[in-house]
Design a binder for this molecule. Structure first.
Ligand SMILES: O=P(O)(O)OC[C@H]1O[C@](O)(COP(=O)(O)O)[C@@H](O)[C@@H]1O
Ligand SMILES: [Mg+2]
Ligand SMILES: [Mg+2]
Length: 335
């Protein structure tokens, strides 16, 4: 259907990158259609296997991965690195780019009609597959995500701000609605999977304790909590109205480095967030300065408005015994 016309408005997309971005947008609009059909179409949420990281793969994870790899072939992409594949794979031998992708983010939400997404990151390719993705996040030349929600939207950065596109159901084209999206200040929302509270480090517990204490605590104001369990949806909310997201490391086996993957989840989201005026860290240091040790490596992840992310770093920098007391007693960073 519609595969011969441009699937995204290209005026703000650098010339050399239009082919891969158009391919990503084309698959995204097809996925959006498939997701909207739900049970009227093919089954999407049943388990079909397990990926390298030990996550169950749903039918839609695999369908999305195969569709992106196929559509990107012939668009100048030399290497394709996916959450759903064991290793980085070749596409076009002479291609200029490497794409790292989480083809379907928020898999646990497929069956319950809650927003899910796609996250991607683009670098200049190197001759070596591994070296093309195991490099500082700051070397990304583009990053973006698609959210499949009540509206399907795409957010893109090429290193000079964040562009917001909405998939127009009339024309089936992603249309540019904001060429300079920035994160608003002032939200009092935090997002964390609070069921893991007992597993967190002291500084993370102290940070959340102080939020929960609300107007009676050291922060002197009330907070609200959100947890969608789709990284894309949390990012979209924070880009739209501010706040902070935390997926810290914890003491469960396998969560020593948190849950989220550096190459195709945290690096691209960090790039977008910084380009929108926010900050992204591993709870201490900026994600953009980090290099993954392997394709599926995890990292603790904290992002949102700068002041909120800096506060988490400050809690982490304090000696254990001082963590809460100091903030409470001296009223540091009040509100
Ligand atoms: O179930 P948990 O531990 O709260 O984890 C939720 C996180 O896992 C993820 O679903 C991981 O992504 P995938 O669905 O791509 O594996 C994130 O989108 C989300 O932030
Ligand atoms: Mg994901
Ligand atoms: Mg995924």
């Amino acid at each position: 259907m519609l595969d011969t016309v441009a699937s995204i408005e290209t005026r703000e997309i650098p010339d050399g990158m239009r082919a891969p971005i158009d391919a990503l947008a084309r698959v995204a609009r097809n996925l959006s259609f498939t997701i909207r059909r739900g049970a009227l179409g093919q089954s999407l949420g049943h388990e079909v296997g397990e990926n390298t990281d030990g996550d169950t793969q749903k039918a839609l994870d695999v369908l999305a991965d195969e569709a992106f790899a196929k559509a990107l072939t012939g668009t100048g992409v030399r290497w394709y690195a996916s959450e759903e594949r064991d290793a980085v794979e070749p596409l076009d031998v002479d291609g200029r780019f490497v794409i790292a992708i989480d083809p379907l983010d928020g898999s646990s939400n497929i069956d319950v009609n809650v927003s899910i997404g796609t996250i991607f990151s683009i670098y200049e390719a190197k001759a070596n597959a591994q070296a093309s993705v195991l490099r500082p996040a700051s070397e990304q030349i583009a990053a973006g995500y698609v959210i499949y929600g009540p509206q399907s939207q795409m957010m893109l950065t090429f290193g000079s701000g964040v562009q917001q596109y909405v998939l127009d159901p009339e024309s089936d084209v992603f249309r540019l609605v904001d060429a300079a999206k920035t994160i608003p200040d002032g939200s009092s929302e935090f997002a964390i999977n609070a069921s893991n509270y007992r597993h967190w480090s002291k500084p993370i517990r102290a940070y959340i304790d102080d939020c929960l204490a609300g107007i009676d605590g050291p922060r002197g104001k009330n907070f609200n909590m959100r947890w969608v369990a789709s990284l894309v949806a949390e990012t979209h909310r924070i880009l739209s109205r501010g706040g902070i997201f935390l997926y810290p490391s914890d003491d469960r086996s396998g969560y020593e480095r948190g849950r989220l993957r550096m190459v195709y989840e945290c690096a691209p989201i960090a790039f977008l967030i910084e380009q929108a005026g926010g900050a992204a860290t591993d709870s201490c240091d900026p994600i953009m300065g980090m290099t993954a040790s392997e394709l599926h490596a995890r990292t603790p992840f904290v992002f949102g408005t700068r002041e909120k992310v800096a506060r988490v770093t400050a809690y982490n920098d304090l000696p254990d015994q001082e963590v809460s007391a100091l903030f409470g007693a001296r009223g540091l960073f009040r509100a």
